[in-house]
Design a protein around this ligand. Structure first.
Ligand code: NAP
Length: 485
């Protein structure tokens, strides 16, 4: 089946007349053909979003919220179908794709509520008979560029706040998961949004993304993806509002004297959930030396029970594509060359001769400065580093360029608060894994993980609104601030 772009309320073929395939990573079979769009398509979509902007901006926010409720209701109805489509196109296991759709439902619900808040604040003026307040205004045309690992939730995390704030949208999904994006767009279409408010253009980052970033009619770019592309966008975008949600090199710290079974479960979920392809994946584990051996034995025993295969039946699904398999395999070689010890896994696998599978892999005796402990692998590979005490563990945790999520298993209050206060991340978990964000809290990171924006929660509204200061003088005379006579 050939899928089209959604521009100005219509499903349109690309000006390029070309298409590309998206593959099921478990079977290597195509799931559909998609428009290989070019600059002309993007320009059309931006023009339609620009035209629709005044209509959408001027609609009262509680009215806009009604569309978000409809989208949320439709997502609830379609949850199981969407989750299965996501297994087919992205590969992760069904219980996780259900979670992905649920996150989209949650964010539309949360942001619909914002329609009756979108708070500014009032304050006192320094002059008499003058009133001061702030209001939130939309930014304008927003371009959203997303990755493939949460192909429903991440777009939803951007679309819902952008819409409620009164912006219009051009959305470019990853070329690895365009079908999920089309299915989401169909649901958005069903809500009856005025034409042009939401537009979808498929195609590569180079052909589609570049025009989005540089087009002068675009006022904001919200990007989730790799650090490399994030940096490129920042350089090219010029004076636009840019939100970057980039990679991670997240860590779980395991203190002595903890419930080791609980910690092992946390590492299994954090390191191998979504086959390690989460920005918040636990790719490093820093373990207290007293319990390292016991922890490793328990971890390996548990990993041996994990079944690799189709996301519909197995515990661990495939990687997204062949490039990802090669990347994981290359880090296994690097890990061995660097002198760490392979405790489990390390090989690419096929099932019935097909699929981009990779064994859950554990390295131990790793040193923080090793490449496998510094670079984002984005595969099912976890590196264990020993620490002699929790002060050292906290330092190791911070010894990376990224700063998204960290976790600590501990019974000691001081250790927990040291990780909260000294950990250089945007998210910290105490006694659970590095993953598990909830939509009413801000999501994002520090250092190489982003440029200070946060998604979801009230902070998600900041990314898609401009704060205006309003001074209302009812004195009937010219009053000057700063005491000027
Ligand atoms: P990616 O290669 O950076 O791609 C992300 C998006 O950018 C895709 O839609 C891609 O399009 C597009 N793109 C590529 N080149 C571009 C260009 N020159 N200009 C504009 N857009 C361009 O990342 P990915 O492999 O899809 O996703 C994995 C990365 O995302 C990891 O680093 C992960 O940590 C990060 N991530 C971060 C978060 C977070 O919230 N912090 C969440 C999830 C994932 P095409 O691929 O279609 O060409």
């Amino acid at each position: 089946m050939v899928y089209k772009n959604y521009i100005n309320g219509k499903w349109l073929s690309s000006d390029s007349k070309k298409t590309f395939d998206s593959l099921n990573p478990a079977t290597e079979q195509g799931v559909g053909k998609f428009q290989k769009s070019d600059k002309i398509d993007v320009k059309k979509a931006i023009k339609s979003a620009k035209k629709a902007f005044p209509v959408w901006r001027d609609m009262p926010a509680p009215e806009r919220a009604k569309y978000l409720w409809k989208i949320r209701d439709c997502l609830i109805k379609e949850k199981e179908r969407l989750a299965k489509i996501e297994v087919k196109e992205m590969g992760k296991v069904l219980k996780e794709t259900r979670g992905d759709v649920q996150e989209a439902i949650d964010i539309f619900e949360y942001m619909a509520g914002e329609g009756r808040r979108l708070f500014g604040y009032t304050t006192k003026s320094e002059l008499p008979d003058k009133f001061a307040m702030t209001v939130r205004n939309p930014v304008g045309v927003c371009c959203l560029i997303t990755p493939w690992n949460f192909p429903i939730a991440i777009p939803a995390w951007k679309i819902a706040p952008a819409l409620i704030c009164g912006n219009t949208i051009v959305f470019k999904p990853s070329s690895d998961t365009p079908l999920c994006a089309i299915e989401l767009a169909k649901i958005i279409e069903k809500s009856g949004l005025p034409k042009g408010v939401f537009n979808l253009v498929t195609g590569s980052g180079k052909d589609v993304g570049d025009e989005m970033i540089t087009n002068p009619d675009v006022r904001a770019i919200s990007f989730t993806g790799s650090k490399k592309i994030g940096e490129l966008i920042l350089k090219k975008a010029g004076i636009k509002k840019v939100g970057l949600e980039l990679g991670g090199k997240n860590v779980i710290i395991v203190d002595k004297d903890v419930d080791l079974e609980l910690a092992v479960e946390g590492v299994i979920w954090g390191a191998f959930g979504t086959t390690g392809q989460r920005c918040t994946a636990s790719s490093r584990v820093v373990v207290h030396k007293n319990i390292k051996k016991k922890f490793e034995d328990m971890l390996v025993k548990r990993v041996r029970k994990l079944k690799l295969g189709s996301g519909l039946t197995a515990d661990i699904g495939p990687l997204i594509n062949e490039t990802a398999v090669k990347k994981s395999a290359s880090y296994v070689s690097i890990g061995k060359e660097e002198g760490s010890r392979l405790l489990h896994g390390g090989k690419a696998r096929k099932i019935k001769g097909k699929g981009y599978f990779f064994e859950p892999t554990i390295f131990t005796n790793c040193k923080s400065e090793m490449k496998i402990c510094q670079e984002e692998i984005f595969g099912p590979i976890v590196s264990i580093i020993e620490a002699k005490n929790m002060d050292e563990a906290t330092k190791i945790a911070n010894d990376v360029d990224y700063g998204l999520s960290n976790a600590v298993y501990t019974r000691d209050m001081k250790t927990a608060f040291d990780v909260i206060n000294k950990g250089e991340t945007g998210i910290t978990y105490i006694n659970s894994s590095t993953i598990g964000a909830e939509v009413h809290l801000p999501f994002g990171g520090v250092k190489g993980t982003g440029n200070g924006t946060r998604e979801a929660g009230i902070e998600g509204i900041n990314e898609f609104s401009e704060t205006k200061a309003v001074y209302f003088d009812y004195s009937g005379k010219l009053q000057k601030a700063q005491g000027i006579e």
